[in-house]
Design a protein around this ligand. Structure first.
Ligand code: ZN
Length: 150
């Protein structure tokens, strides 16, 4: 008896599903192929990669452009998606997502003053806001303060 067990050949249909979904986390791939083991799925992915059916450079831990992806991650996270689901979209591990979100939470606790171009709520003049609560230009802000303390 062979120790490897019976390994049915991959059908073209299965290959098509795998090619479309190879970026998904392993647990979700296993749901797509309930009759296969994760090692079999992994081997098939690397076999398809060798023949060029799956692009070679698209490993899950590819360098990710976080400047681009972070807003996507945050939006999905706010919408209630799991780290795992977000990771599948971004193309990295769920751990990477949770690390990113933790780092972001730390940043949020220590907000740096952000300078944003805004139009003044009072005179609609465009000005550089010193933070997210700064809604009046310098002139109107000074006026508002002098009124408040008059
Ligand atoms: Zn103003």
């Amino acid at each position: 008896m062979s120790s490897g067990g019976y390994k049915p050949k991959w059908t073209p249909e299965e290959d098509a599903v795998l090619i479309a979904n190879y970026r998904l986390p392993e647990t979700e791939l296993r749901n797509l192929f309930p009759s296969r083991q994760s090692s079999g799925i992994r081997h098939r992915i690397s076999a398809l990669r060798k023949v060029g059916t799956i692009p070679a450079g698209t490993k899950r831990n590819n360098a990710i452009n976080w400047d681009e992806q972070l807003p996507v991650v945050i939006r999905m996270h706010r919408a209630g998606h799991t780290f795992r689901a977000i990771a599948a979209i971004v193309g990295c591990s769920a751990d990477a997502i949770s690390n990113k979100m933790r780092m972001r939470a730390i940043c949020d606790d220590n907000p740096k003053p952000t300078r944003i171009r805004r139009s003044c709520l009072r005179c609609t003049k465009s000005f550089t806001a010193q933070g997210r609560f700064n809604r009046l230009c310098d002139d109107c802000g000074a006026q508002a303060r002098s009124c408040a303390f008059a």
